[in-house]
Design a protein around this ligand. Structure first.
Ligand SMILES: Nc1ncnc2c1ncn2[C@@H]1O[C@H](COP(=O)(O)OP(=O)(O)OP(=O)(O)O)[C@@H](O)[C@H]1O
Length: 646
């Protein structure tokens, strides 16, 4: 016992030192102390608790004990020396994942999945250690998705095929299968389907046809309740706009055979997931859950890569058993800021297909499409309900080539495209911050022009149209950063851009709030109905001289909030790539930092590039950073796939 105590004190000292050095969050130390306070705490448990909490901060949902035994320093990117000091302080540590699991299973703070539950903070599931909350969320998601994927509905394949032939134009021979058509057939037979694909691959185009198909084939289609949702307000508005457009075009095509305009009218607005589930101020709990499920038959969720584990668990909990869930998203985009990489995990087999012979036969009968042999395999139930769209209609040019090269991890090819001089892509190498400021001044030129012209004219005539124009112009250009701090981070660039625009006489910043300040909301605020990620522009309040209001675009409508009522906002000339997900800008500038770091990954670069619709400019102060970023993949540990399979 004396030896244990001695170890523990040295271990606390080591953990404290790491926290001092900024290598460990204080929260992780505090969590380990909390675990230790609940009972006898061998140093190995204290160490595992601190690591687990730290990993959660990096987006992992659990600690793989096998990794902890095999390559502990790598887990958090620590040096071998740092780890050795910790390991020595903690005394002899288990040598394998199994031995770690045995040791932890004996601790009273750890709930073994198969044993008695009395509210311990940690859960041991095989050789994975979880914070209780994440284990519960991951189990819920795995059980709900797994059960839905295994539930295959009876389908009249002949009828479905006849409708699909009406809804999709015939494809030229020899071009391989029409994955969009195939996706509709697959989604129709299940209570869950995942449609993944890069930008412009037709995810919304496909889902509009799926809705038409459901409408045409469901026995009581007239009363079907369809809900559209996305993680952010902007993504929700884009989803609704694209679906309405696609259904409108389709209605013209199918004519009186299917009253699709009726379907569009019945669908209502797309909502954020928070609003759909009934978020409540000051509470993590939603109004809708298993006891009070959502009133829907079909739920379509776009930008699913942004949905974090806890939100996905809440969503699945609130979904009634008979309802159909369709997840749309790009599996290669950055995962959510919060823990989990749910879409990425669920789409594990999407690239290879891994379709069974049964799926192949069904698809052939219901859509007339043949799944090529390369895509057949022995994937699980979820793989059978997942389709990857592979052909982008919007991204054929250099931006598309660049995105493909980055996604494939081919840095040399990406650099060639960037240096090609082709219209649409540009690379400013060995850049100075001044060059980003120049880009900002010209990129935001149209925005500032409309803003200042209106201000000068006193915006007496058609003020609403002017506000709309200001907001739209602002949305056509954006500077994206990989990091928050420093000269190449969001805060440094925002400050420098505002200063530059002021020097050029285009803005008059004074104090926190000034006319023309674009802002992004950083926390949901139910009192003012503004949500994390919403972007607005500050303009004079027409009713109160001297007062300022922030204007937000919500679909087609503009709403405003008194600037002084917004507490959690930051300037938005520059924003992080994370926050830009779900948005698209005509010209996107991606500013990389001088040094590589853990956040600089392939997924981040890919997400940044795919935010550009016409022009992409990469700005990097140091040459090698791009290649290093492309080589570094996001890795998030989770047990989701294993849980779905069991
Ligand atoms: N099979 C098709 N035939 C003709 N046009 C198509 C087809 N599929 C998609 N499109 C068109 O390609 C464009 C992109 O499609 P869509 O918006 O559905 O893609 P997406 O994958 O949802 O893109 P994003 O991820 O950017 O939202 C749209 O203009 C759409 O009308």
């Amino acid at each position: 016992m004396a030896r244990l105590d001695a170890n523990i004190e040295t271990l606390w000292a080591e953990l404290g030192r790491l926290a001092e050095e900024g290598e460990l969050r204080r929260l992780s130390c505090a969590f380990a102390r909390f675990v230790a306070s609940l009972g006898a705490a061998p140093p190995a448990l204290v160490l595992a608790s601190a690591l687990l909490s730290e990993l959660e901060g990096h987006g992992h949902s659990c600690l793989q004990l096998g990794d902890l035994a095999a390559s502990p320093a790598e887990l958090l990117g620590w040096s071998e020396d740092q780890w050795k000091l910790l390991a020595r302080a903690a005394g002899p540590l288990p040598k394998s994942g199994k031995a770690w699991a045995q040791l932890l299973a004996g601790c009273e703070q750890v709930w073994d999945r198969d044993a008695f539950n009395y509210d311990q903070p940690l859960v041991l599931d095989g050789e994975r250690l979880y914070l209780r909350r994440y284990w519960r969320d991951e189990t819920l998601v795995a059980d709900a998705i797994g059960a839905r994927a295994r539930e295959v509905r009876e389908v009249d394949a002949k009828e479905v095929r006849a409708w699909l032939d009406v809804l999709f134009a015939a494809k030229p021979q020899g071009e391989g299968p029409d994955w969009q058509k195939l996706a509709c057939a697959i989604a129709l037979r299940g209570s869950v389907a995942i449609i993944t694909g890069g930008p412009g691959t037709g995810k919304t185009y496909t889902v509009a046809r799926l809705l038409a198909l459901l409408f045409a084939t469901a026995p009581e289609s007239g009363s079907q309740r369809i809900a559209l949702a996305a993680p952010t307000g902007k993504a929700a508005a884009r989803l609704k706009e694209s679906i309405d457009k696609a259904l409108g075009e389709l209605a013209d095509r199918v004519g009186a055979d299917l009253p699709l305009r009726e379907l569009t009218q019945r669908m209502g607005a797309a909502r954020t997931l928070h609003s759909l589930l009934g978020a409540r101020p000051d509470s993590r709990a939603f109004a809708h859950h298993a006891g009070n499920p959502l009133d829907v038959d079909v739920l379509i969720v776009d930008e699913a890569s942004m949905v974090h584990l806890e939100m996905m668990a809440s969503l699945l909990d609130a979904l009634p058993p008979g309802a159909t869930l369709i997840l749309l998203g790009d599996k290669d985009q950055l995962a959510s800021v919060e823990a989990g990489a749910v879409l990425g995990d669920l789409c594990h087999d999407a690239q290879v297909g891994a379709y069974s012979a049964q799926t192949r036969d069904y698809v052939q009968a219901a859509s007339g499409e043949e799944i090529p042999g390369d895509f057949l395999g022995d994937g699980g139930a979820l793989a059978q309900q997942t389709v990857m769209l592979r052909h982008s209609r919007r991204f054929g040019g250099p931006i598309g080539q660049l995105a493909l090269a980055v996604n494939a991890g081919d840095a040399a090819r990406a650099e060639t495209v960037l240096r090609s001089g082709e219209e649409g892509v540009r690379w400013i190498e060995q850049a100075q911050q001044q060059q980003v400021l120049q880009l900002a001044q010209s990129g935001y030129g149209a925005y500032l022009d409309v803003l200042n012209t209106g201000l000068k004219a006193g915006f007496n005539t058609n003020r609403e149209e002017w506000v709309r124009q200001v907001l739209q112009r602002f949305e056509s250009f954006r500077i994206l950063c990989a990091v928050r701090d420093g000269e190449w981070g969001v805060s440094g660039l925002n400050e420098a851009i505002a200063h530059r625009l002021a020097q050029a006489g285009l803005l008059r910043p004074s104090g926190d709030w000034y006319v023309g300040r674009p802002v992004m909301v950083t926390r949901n605020d139910y009192a003012t109905s503004v949500y994390n990620g919403d972007i607005g522009v500050t303009l004079p309040d027409p009713g109160r001289p001297g007062a300022l209001r922030v204007y937000f675009m919500e679909g087609d409508t503009v709403r405003s909030v008194l600037a002084t009522r917004l507490r959690n906002v930051e300037t938005a000339f520059a924003m992080t790539v994370h926050k830009s997900q779900g948005s698209e800008f005509r010209h996107t500038v991606l500013a990389l930092p001088r040094e590589r770091g853990a956040v600089l990954t392939r997924e981040l670069v890919y997400t940044g590039i795919t935010r550009a619709s016409e022009q992409f400019t990469l700005v990097s102060p140091a040459g090698a950073v791009l290649a290093e970023a492309i080589a570094q993949r996001t890795h998030r540990t989770s047990g989701l796939r294993g849980m779905i399979a069991r």
